[in-house]
Structure formats: structure tokens, C-alpha cells
Design a protein around this ligand. Structure first.
Ligand code: NAD
Ligand code: UDP
Length: 330
């Protein structure tokens, strides 16, 4: 095991996927707590823009690398968060083999690194491990209904394999591994073109193009604001003892996609009309977390209701899209 060189003032935390939407907010929160942060990211779906304000921070280090080939770290690390993986369906399906390899080889590499350093490990898993669920709401002991051959399998099955790796390393006593099953999360720094529902609807409404709803719009999702999720991830990483099983993190408020679109139309002045498009294959019909376990073990629950988080996100998109338009005009 590598010798610790830090002076006890804070932990050294590796955030894989730290230039992404959730990862960049996690980097912010860790730095604010006094930790040193090593961000590892290939920028495949993340953006340098997300971490630009951190680049000159004395406790921030950026390493541009693909986790599939990351074998070593040249300084001691106390904690590893693995958020490296495209999360939006169009993005993770764009190169499905790389998505699967990121989940399996990438998670394997990061777990080995955590083992070498004696670091705690947190895996960003997903509600997608429940697939198109037959039990509702979803508790952690539900085993899921996932297609292992469909277009979502690279992500769903990749994340299931990653969970298996984490629990094998934990059972073997090699790594203090923890697994968060994250439900749909949204907020500032989502990529305007990443294809997920909240970014799509807000960008369409702000730019006056038709709002796209796939299928009937009666499918449901539960949406968690990013600051709530980050607080949950940090609580899970730091809770003692290790819960030794997956923990759902999400907001249990459940909305149909039609209800969400109606909220966006009401919130954004001059939003265009709604158009219906075909439902993608294997699109889950219902999704709502049972968060009893997180409430009990982490004393955590989300604080920001959808109406409030949506407004914060809409305001951010208005500013960001306005700035992009200004830059193009120059
Ligand atoms: P994101 O796409 O914004 O962030 C993922 C980051 O990982 C990006 O910066 C990307 O460049 C990086 N990355 C991807 N593959 C990589 C690789 N092979 N090597 C190095 N870097 C790589 O997505 P997000 O919404 O911030 O999601 C973060 C994590 O949380 C993901 O693991 C995702 O599966 C999980 N998650 C997110 C949600 C959500 O709703 N946002 C829901 C469930 C799970
Ligand atoms: N969706 C939609 N219009 C869009 C993008 C997504 O109706 O422009 C639907 C999508 O089919 C799914 C839901 O919204 O039923 C949530 O999609 P998202 O991609 O955000 O996440 P996931 O399906 O992974 O939960």
C-alpha cells in the first residue's frame, strides 16, 4: 500500500468522470469541504467548461485519461468515486462497446487502484439496473427486469456487472466498496444536446422549437436535483459502517413525462407546441425509488422539489444558451 503523504487537513479524492454533469458538482463540493481532488476524465461526454473555474484551484488536479486504460496513480488516494460513464441513452448507445468496457474494465481498473491505495470506493450505479420494473416503487432487494440483448444493455448490464465487481472486491476484503443506485438527476451543467428529457425539454422550450415527447408521455420518472444527489453520494461514501449493499439515491416524487412537459411550458415564456415521437425500444414505463434505506442509514433525503429545481435549471440554460448565441454572433 502507498504511504500517505497528506497532512490530515483533508482527504485526497479521485473523481473519475469529474468533468461530467454530476462529477463536476461533486468536485465543487469536495473542494468546498477542504479535500484535494484529482479529476480523471476523457471528456467523452463531459466538458472542460464544467471544471474551468477549478483549473487554477491549488487543491485540484485534472488528468485527461480513459478509465479503461488507467492502471496507476502517482500520488496516494483516500477515496475513489467512479462516475465515469456516459449517462444519457443516445450518448451511451453511440458507442455501446465502449460503454460496456467503461463499466467493466474501467470499474475494474479503479477498484484495483483503490485496493493499491487502501482507498474507499463509491460506484455510481443506476436505477437502470431495475430495467423496466415489475415492482413499484423500486427497493434495493428487487432484482430487476433487464433485457441483456437490447440497445440499453451496454449500460444496464454494464452497470450490473460493475456492481458485481464491487461486491466481489468487498466480500474478498480487498476494497471498502459502496454502491449508489442513482435515479434520474438533473440540474445546471447538463449538456444542452445530451438527449435526456429535462435538458431536451428546457432547451426546446427556451429556443422555441417543438417539445418532443416519446411514446404517449404517460411513462413516469422521478427527478432528483443535482445538489441533493451530491449530498447523498458524499453521505454514502463517508457513512460508517459500510452499508454493504446498494443504496437507492433519488427523489421519490413521480411524474409522467406529460406532467413534466406541462411544467416546462408553464415556466418558460413562449414555449412552442408539444410533438409526440415513437418510444425508444426497451424504454422503462415506471420509475420511482424507495429511499427508506438511504433515509435510515444516511439520514439523507432530497430537499429540492421538482418545481424549484426545474426553475434553477431553466435559468441556467437561459444564461448558457444566451452566452453561446452571443459568442457565435461575434
Ligand atoms: P455525464 O455524461 O455528464 O458524465 C460522465 C463523465 O464521465 C463525463 O465527463 C465523461 O467524459 C466521463 N467518461 C465517460 N466514459 C469515460 C471513460 N471511459 N474514461 C474517462 N472518463 C469517462 O453523466 P452524469 O449524468 O454526470 O452521470 C455521472 C454518473 O452517474 C455516470 O456513471 C452515470 O451512469 C451515473 N448516473 C447518472 C444519472 C443521471 O440521471 N444523471 C442517473 C443514474 C446514474
Ligand atoms: N424522453 C422524451 N423526450 C425526449 C427525451 C426523453 O419523451 O426528448 C423520454 C424517454 O423516452 C424516457 C423519459 O423521457 O421515457 C426519460 O428519458 P431520459 O433519457 O431522460 O432518461 P432514462 O430513460 O434513462 O430514464
Amino acid at each position: 500500500m502507498l504511504q500517505r503523504t497528506r497532512n490530515g487537513k483533508g482527504k485526497t479524492v479521485l473523481v473519475a468522470g469529474g468533468a461530467g454533469f454530476v462529477g463536476s458538482h461533486l468536485c465543487d463540493a469536495l473542494l468546498a469541504r477542504g479535500d484535494r481532488v484529482i479529476c480523471v476524465d476523457s471528456y467523452i461526454t463531459g466538458s472542460e467548461e464544467n471544471i474551468r473555474p477549478l483549473m487554477n484551484h491549488p487543491r485540484f488536479r485534472m488528468i485527461e485519461a480513459d478509465v479503461c486504460s488507467l492502471r496507476e496513480m502517482d500520488e496516494p488516494v483516500d477515496q475513489v468515486y467512479n462516475l465515469a460513464c456516459a449517462a444519457s441513452p443516445p450518448q451511451y448507445q453511440a458507442d455501446p462497446v465502449h460503454t460496456m468496457m467503461t463499466c467493466v474494465a474501467g470499474t475494474g481498473n479503479l477498484l484495483s487502484l483503490a485496493e493499491q491505495h487502501g482507498a474507499s470506493f463509491l460506484q455510481a450505479s443506476t436505477s437502470e439496473v431495475y430495467g423496466d420494473p415489475e415492482e413499484h416503487p423500486q427497493r434495493e432487494d428487487y432484482r430487476g427486469n433487464v433485457s441483456c440483448t437490447g440497445p440499453r444493455a451496454c449500460y444496464d448490464e454494464g452497470k450490473r456487472a460493475a456492481e458485481a465487481l464491487c461486491f466481489d472486491m468487498l466480500r474478498a476484503g480487498k476494497v471498502d466498496a459502496r454502491v449508489a443506485r442513482i435515479f434520474n438527476t438533473y440540474g445546471p451543467r447538463m449538456q444542452p444536446n445530451d438527449g435526456r428529457i429535462i435538458s431536451n425539454l428546457l432547451v426546446q422550450a427556451i429556443s422555441g422549437t417543438p417539445l418532443t415527447i416519446y411514446g404517449t408521455g404517460e411513462q413516469t420518472r422521478s427527478f432528483c436535483f443535482v445538489s441533493d444527489l451530491v449530498a447523498g453520494l458524499m453521505a454514502l461514501m463517508n457513512v460508517d459502517p459500510n452499508p454493504e449493499g446498494p443504496v437507492n439515491l433519488g427523489n421519490p416524487g413521480e411524474f409522467t413525462i406529460n406532467e413534466l412537459a406541462a411544467m416546462v411550458v408553464e415556466m418558460v415564456p413562449n414555449a412552442s407546441e408539444i410533438v409526440y415521437r415513437p418510444l425508444p425500444q426497451d424504454d422503462p414505463q415506471r420509475r420511482r425509488p424507495d429511499i427508506s434505506k438511504a433515509k435510515e442509514l444516511l439520514t439523507w433525503e432530497p430537499k429540492i422539489p421538482l418545481s424549484e429545481g426545474l426553475k434553477l435549471t431553466a435559468d441556467w440554460f437561459v444564461t448558457t444558451l444566451g452566452r453561446e448565441a452571443e459568442n457565435k454572433a461575434m
